[in-house]
Design a protein around this ligand. Structure first.
Ligand code: NAD
Ligand code: GLY
Length: 364
């Protein structure tokens, strides 16, 4: 087992990463709290793993309420929160309850937001079941839902008490979802860990086939370690936490320009990183060899090409709506060399435009 600790002032928490341990999590939950527990998952994860977990709870005297939402991004909504609040109130769930988010980033963000707001906040434990959630969304405390006018616009910081990760559950994940999660893994390598970049270059096919559990465990642990380190230094994104948004400005614009219907989040981020690599070459001195190394891995992740009707102009317009845009202008996360990110607010629109145009080449 690997353990990573997120060092937050006053409230550190552990991320435990170990293969073939999902069945033991109910026991671990009981070590953390006597309950009662509210287990939230989506229909797919509930069918695959939730039932088994719930059965183990039922064997004891623990109070357990199981709530299930439809799979997919549309569950990250205020109306879904409202339905969940109703179930919690009807079942007289009190402030000593612990919310357990079992699922991908959608379930983690939704259940986390409900936990942050129900009765002014109840405790939360994250059990992420997609690679994206295991390396990113379950760690760091960002929780929230979408608004019809934009993604993740309603949210809170609400850290879990613990994160339990079992890489074995990735065996049931669709290959496309796995590749999307690897987009975020590549992000960590580019912003913070040149050695991880080498591991990806050497072993990406093996990682994608999930054939080496120890390797998978160590890659996930390394990503969690990087995120924990950054969040520990800058919990509220006043500075370096923005590094974690490498590729996200253009990635989010791409998701918005395609009506959130075309890309998995991690795929859009992979394409956003492709543009950000080119921008880094023109604005932060990244050499062409490094650009090509990053591009090689992005191609290997095989994100869907840009739809023919999505123009550079459309993506560029959506960047203006990015919620992270400050009044003074856009801050860009770029890299200077593999493993070294930098924040820049002096990037001209013409260079951004040029970098987005490179995505058209990637698609042709
Ligand atoms: P997701 O939660 O929709 O999961 C993808 C699909 O995989 C779903 O259909 C789900 O039912 C299924 N699934 C989950 N685990 C499975 C398993 N083990 N086996 C088989 N199927 C499984 O998507 P995601 O990519 O995990 O998360 C995307 C969300 O995460 C987005 O809403 C994004 O905004 C959010 N996010 C949040 C943060 C954060 O810091 N809070 C960071 C990154 C992304
Ligand atoms: N996913 C970016 C962050 O947690 O800050």
């Amino acid at each position: 087992m690997k353990r990573v600790t997120v060092h937050l002032a006053g409230k550190p928490y552990d991320i435990d990463i170990a293969q073939n341990t999902l069945a033991q999590w109910p026991l671990r939950l009981r070590e953390i709290s006597p309950g009662p527990f509210v287990l939230i998952s989506d229909e797919t994860v509930q069918r695959l793993y939730g039932k088994t977990m719930a059965a183990r709870f039922n064997a004891s005297d623990q109070g357990l309420l199981t709530l299930t939402v439809p799979a997919g991004e549309s569950s990250k909504s205020l109306s879904q929160c409202d339905a969940l609040y109703t179930r919690l109130i009807e079942n007289r769930i009190t402030r000593d309850a612990v919310m357990v988010a079992l699922g991908g980033g959608v379930v983690g963000d939704l259940a986390g937001f409900v936990a942050a707001t129900y009765l002014r906040g109840i405790r939360l434990i994250q059990i992420p079941t997609t690679l994206l959630a295991q390396v990113d969304s379950s760690v760091g405390g960002k929780v929230g839902v979408n608004h019809p006018l934009g993604k993740n616009l309603i949210g809170a910081f609400h850290h879990p008490e613990a994160v339990f990760i079992d890489p074995d559950v990735l065996h049931t994940l669709a290959p496309r979802e796995l590749r999307a999660g690897l987009g975020e893994v590549l992000k960590y390598a580019l912003i913070r860990d040149a050695e991880l970049l080498e591991v990806l270059e050497e072993k990406l096919p093996c990682i994608m086939r999930l054939e080496d559990g120890a390797l998978l465990e160590s890659v996930i642990a390394r990503c969690c370690q990087i995120k924990a380190e950054i969040v520990g230094l800058d919990e509220r994104e006043q500075g370096i936490r923005a590094w974690l948004n490498f590729g996200h400005t253009i990635g989010h614009a791409l998701e918005a320009a395609t009506g959130f219907a075309c890309y998995r989040h991690g795929e859009a981020i992979a394409l956003g990183m492709a543009a950000a690599l080119h921008l880094s070459a023109s604005c932060s001195g990244l050499d062409q060899e490094a650009v090509q190394r990053g591009m090689g891995l992005i191609r290997a992740l095989n994100p869907p090409p840009l739809p023919a009707d999505v123009t550079t102009e459309m993506i560029f317009t959506h960047i203006a709506h990015d919620k992270k845009r400050r009044r003074s202008g856009q801050t860009w996360v770029l890299i200077e060399r593999p493993g070294r990110a930098v924040l820049r607010d002096d990037v001209g629109d013409d260079r951004v435009y040029g970098a987005i145009e490179q995505l058209q080449d990637l698609s042709s």
